[in-house]
Design a protein around this ligand. Structure first.
Ligand SMILES: *Cc1c(COP(=O)(O)O)cnc(C)c1O
Length: 373
């Protein structure tokens, strides 16, 4: 029997996608980068398409190729593809590519010419995040793209950009980026680039800002049932989303220790009373952050047991207390529970000074994913 596992509820994924798409006239793109946010690339992609998503999105070309190799034929965009990538494979496998610069455009068109297939691209414009996308070179990029399209060596499928602060729905920067986007699209149209798809929204914008939906919304964290930002937007529950991942590991050992015992590397915590501790068989090599504090822990025998001391590579210690009936070999739930009120990815994020995205995406390959529903 497994030492640890992530239980992936595909029924919850289905529910979240339908709930998100019921909110918009746009088509849905399921973002499955980073092993589907740690949930398992291919099973999540297949179920997302069944639930109504029409597109898939990945960061890396390798991720998009893995989807094609699994037999998935839906349209896919890969948007983080350095110019050294294997664009011939991408084009041969009908993977759409994001184009953030003239250099990218040249490399992709060159690969397309050598195959005799016009590459399908989505021109990426920087509307204020100063990360991906063309900024000062936008006009030369769209002019060149128009020329190449006229020559029949390029197919411009979309124009897109990304929000920096969509998880602060009331922030005026969202409106600024939206206006910028519309202006940049007009500039493209002026030189003859008039693609059928415009896309700008991530989960947060899909939930809060319908004027930014355009033709396609890119669904990430919310599809996995997690809130883009708990304090500004509310929890999964408030947003009517169902967390898709539960995470559990076996108790390796249960034992009694006297008051005043220091626990773990560096002796950073000490027992206050005579008590019972349990060793959970999961550690930072599995993606449990080393700096998690005692506001996180596990649910065991339907009771919350906080972390005590530092998380180690393969294990960590929790205080289960003298009255606990937990035994070695029992499941301890790090995220979710079987019915009871367990810890959430949000609780772990708070305990580690990070966001729920980082908690779920870091669950490592040593933890098998088990798919249910
Ligand atoms: C990751 C990503 C998304 C999804 O963002 P969420 O906040 O998880 O919804 C959308 N678009 C792009 C370009 C991304 O990189």
């Amino acid at each position: 029997m497994a030492r640890a596992e992530a239980i992936i509820d595909l029924g919850a994924l289905d529910y979240n996608i339908k709930r998100l798409l019921s909110n918009t006239k746009a088509e849905g793109l399921a973002v499955v980068k980073a092993d589907a946010y740690g949930h398992g690339l291919v099973p999540v992609a297949e179920r997302a398409l069944k639930a109504g998503a029409k597109w898939l999105g990945t960061a890396l070309l390798e991720e998009a190729i893995a989807l094609r190799d699994a037999g998935i034929s839906a349209p896919i965009i890969a948007w983080l593809t350095p110019i050294t990538d294997d664009f011939e494979s991408a084009i041969r496998k009908k993977i759409d590519l994001a184009i953030p610069s003239l250099k990218h455009l040249e490399a992709v068109v060159k690969a397309g010419k050598s195959l005799g297939i016009p590459p399908r691209v989505h021109l990426e414009v920087d509307t204020g995040m100063s990360r991906g996308g063309a900024l000062q070179d936008w006009n030369s990029l769209v002019t060149k793209a128009a020329e190449l399209s006229n020559d029949g060596v390029l197919e411009v499928v979309g124009i897109w950009s990304h929000f920096a602060r969509a998880d602060e729905p009331d922030h005026s920067f969202n409106e600024e980026q939206l206006i910028n986007f519309q202006t940049r699209v007009l500039e493209a149209k002026k030189v003859g680039v008039n693609p059928k798809l415009l896309h700008l929204s991530n989960s947060a914008a899909t939930l809060t800002n319908s004027s930014s939906h355009f033709d396609l919304v890119r669904l990430g964290i919310a599809m996995y049932g997690l809130s883009p930002e708990v304090s500004a937007m509310g929890s999964s529950e408030t947003l009517n989303l169902k967390p898709v991942m539960k995470l559990r590991a076996r108790l390796h050992l249960v034992k009694e220790v006297p008051a005043g015992s220091q626990v773990g590397y560096g002796g950073t915590a000490t027992t206050k009373t005579d008590t019972k501790l349990a060793v959970v068989a999961m550690g930072y090599a599995d993606g449990v952050p080393r700096n998690a504090n005692s506001t996180a822990g596990v649910l065991v025998s339907n009771k919350k047991a906080p972390i005590i001391g530092r998380v180690s590579m393969d294990q960590f210690v929790v205080e289960i207390g003298n009255d606990s009936i937990a035994n070695a070999g029992d499941w301890a739930y790090l995220i979710g529970s079987e019915g009871g009120d367990g810890y959430t990815a949000d609780a772990w994020a708070k305990a580690c000074g990070t966001i729920n995205y980082e908690i779920v995406t870091r669950i490592g390959p040593r933890v098998p994913r088990v798919f249910i529903n």
